[in-house]
Design a protein around this ligand. Structure first.
Ligand SMILES: C[S@@+](CC[C@H](N)C(=O)[O-])C[C@H]1O[C@@H](n2cnc3c(N)ncnc32)[C@H](O)[C@@H]1O
Length: 271
């Protein structure tokens, strides 16, 4: 599409819609973990088997249990799992020690699957030895989720820290993948990024790190597709490329769009 044509298309679109559709809506709380998961469970027919990797003190796992999920909480530290059981006695019988970077531990976990939701929150994967190990851990999370499952993963990314370091130290070393690494991890499995949120927290100095630490991480909701390629290829792309009812715009013609283009013909979701 020529530049002038492209600009005319954008102009025509924005001049034909209401102010309500143009304005971005900023809300004080940009997302709620439980609401998002509940919505995807409804819309994508996701089950209730919740695996938490690196679950620490068990607070999140206990909250998931209270919401009716069938929870298994894991951590590399037996001591933390013991604390989780003391803090939340209802988690007893739902705990298993596992190192997410260790294939044998992951196999043992898989035997307790399949899991419909796999969560690794709080930068668990950043505890890898290096980027290669981090990639292996990411692969393990994917393996543990059944086809059609939801993966919720937090990652501190290199670009979120000054100078784009490969790792960052705050009480202990964190390995930092970059956006490009993340793309490489997600592409082979054709993961659908349902949501991505940026989290920020400033930690005060600690005995081992004598400065404030700005922690930034990305929280990703990823949908693992069903295996059948043919079904995917023949399925219509829901909700996109459709003209709005009563739109004064001419109907979109996907055939004339360059590959990967998406026409902004739908009401924009509120931020
Ligand atoms: C920052 S805490 C997050 C705890 C919890 N997920 C949350 O968000 O509240 C990181 C957790 O990852 C665990 N962890 C570190 N390395 C791990 C590994 N190789 N496999 C599994 N868990 C690991 C730690 O023991 C710790 O409980």
């Amino acid at each position: 599409m020529r530049d002038a044509e492209r600009r005319r298309e954008i102009k025509n679109y924005y001049l034909s819609i209401s102010a309500d559709e143009i304005t971005s809506y900023l809300t004080p709380a940009s997302f709620d973990l439980w609401e998002s998961v509940a919505r995807y469970r409804r819309e994508l027919k996701i089950g209730a088997r919740w695996l938490e990797v690196g679950g620490g003190m068990g607070d999140l796992a206990a909250a998931a249990l209270d919401r009716g999920y069938d929870v298994l909480i894991t951590d590399v530290q037996d001591e933390l799992l013991a604390t989780a059981a003391t803090r939340h006695p209802r988690l007893r019988g739902r705990l298993q020690r596992a190192n997410i970077f260790d294939s044998r531990d992951v196999q043992a976990l898989a035997a307790r699957g399949p899991f419909s939701i796999v969560a690794a929150l709080g930068a668990v994967l950043n505890h890898a030895r290096d980027r290669k190990e981090l990639a292996r851990g990411f692969g393990h999370l994917l393996e543990l989720g059944e086809p059609g499952s939801l993966l919720i993963v937090d990652l501190m990314l290199s670009e979120m820290f000054p100078g784009h370091p490969a790792s960052v130290w705050a009480d202990m070393l964190h390995v930092l993948p970059g956006f490009a690494d993340l793309a490489r991890l997600a592409r082979p499995s054709r993961l659908h990024v349902l949501e991505a949120h940026s989290l920020y927290h400033r930690y005060p100095p600690t005995p081992t790190f004598d400065a404030e630490f700005d922690e930034r991480m990305l929280r990703l909701f990823l949908h693992k597709g069903q295996p059948s390629r043919r079904a995917r290829a023949s399925a219509p792309v829901r909700g996109s490329r459709r003209a709005r009812p009563g739109s004064r715009r001419r109907a979109p013609s996907p055939s004339s769009d360059p590959a990967g283009a998406r026409r902004a013909t739908r009401r924009r979701p509120r931020a």
